[in-house]
Design a protein. Structure first.
Length: 147
C-alpha cells in the first residue's frame, strides 16, 4: 500500500495476490456445508467481480484507472479481512463467548466489522484526496513555470 507502484516488485506481488484471491474465491464457491448457495457464496462472487475490475483497470489503463484499481484492490482486501473477523469470532473461544450464541446478530461482531470497514474507507478516501491534492499541485506548478 505504501511502496512505489508499477515497478516489478509491485507487479509481481499483485499477480501473486490475484492468483491467491482467485483461488480463495473459487474454492469458497465449492463449500456447501449448509447444502445451499448462501451469503458467503455471494461474497465470493462479489470478490471475483471486484478483483477482475481492479485487474482490468490496471491493464488497458482507461482514464481514472488508478482510482478504480486501488479501490477494487482495497475492497478485495476488505472482503478478506471481513472473513477473518468472522473466523476469529467463530474459532477463538474467548471471542466466541463474547459474541454470544449467534455471531450473525452479535453487536460486537457488527462493531468490529464497522471498524474494519472504516479503516478501508479511510484508506480509499485518503488515497483519492492525496491524488487530488498532488494533481492540483502539479497543475499549479506547471502554470507557474515560465513559457
Amino acid at each position: 500500500v505504501i511502496g512505489r507502484k508499477g515497478r516489478g516488485r509491485h507487479r509481481t506481488f499483485g499477480r501473486s495476490y490475484c492468483r491467491a484471491y482467485l483461488a480463495v474465491c473459487a474454492t469458497s464457491l465449492g463449500i456447501y456445508s449448509q447444502q445451499r448457495f448462501w451469503f458467503p457464496h455471494w461474497l465470493a462472487i462479489g470478490g471475483l467481480v471486484v478483483l477482475v475490475m481492479g485487474y482490468l483497470a490496471a491493464h488497458p489503463k482507461p482514464r481514472g484507472w488508478r482510482y478504480i484499481h486501488l479501490s477494487a484492490m482495497l475492497l478485495s482486501a476488505y472482503n478478506l479481512f471481513g472473513g477473518a473477523v468472522n473466523e476469529m469470532y467463530l474459532r477463538v473461544p474467548p471471542l466466541r463467548r463474547l459474541a454470544g450464541d449467534n455471531i450473525m446478530t452479535s453487536p460486537l461482531v457488527g462493531m468490529t466489522h464497522a471498524l474494519v470497514m472504516l479503516v478501508f474507507v479511510f484508506l480509499i478516501g485518503g488515497y483519492v484526496a492525496a491524488s487530488i491534492v498532488n494533481h492540483a499541485r502539479r497543475g499549479q506548478t506547471a502554470s507557474m513555470s515560465p513559457s
